[in-house]
Write a protein that binds this ligand. Sequence first.
Ligand SMILES: [Zn+2]
Length: 108
Amino acid sequence: MEKIRCSIQVDSGLARIAAKVMRVKAVAMVLGRTIHLYGASRLEFLSDIAWVRHEACHVMQYQQYGMIGFLTRYLYQSARWGYYHNPLEVAARKAEADPGILEGIEII
Ligand SMILES: [Zn+2]
């Protein structure tokens, strides 16, 4: 199976807004196949394997649901259950311990 290629955008304006809203120092957010980072360098992100697996899971979720499908699900479920209990986040946290999640993904 062909790997899903994704890229990293450092110092992302979108991720900066997310960091402000969430009141955290560093944030990663996935939009399609791009991992937007703020407050962390590419190396800091890639050195944190659990973090990479977490975001890789979101990339897979985009593949599964499509851009609009993912975003509507994400917003709806966040509104319904909150960020922490959003099933898309629950799955991504579970993926942090799953080495297999990175098999289908290539980060360029
Ligand atoms: Zn997440």
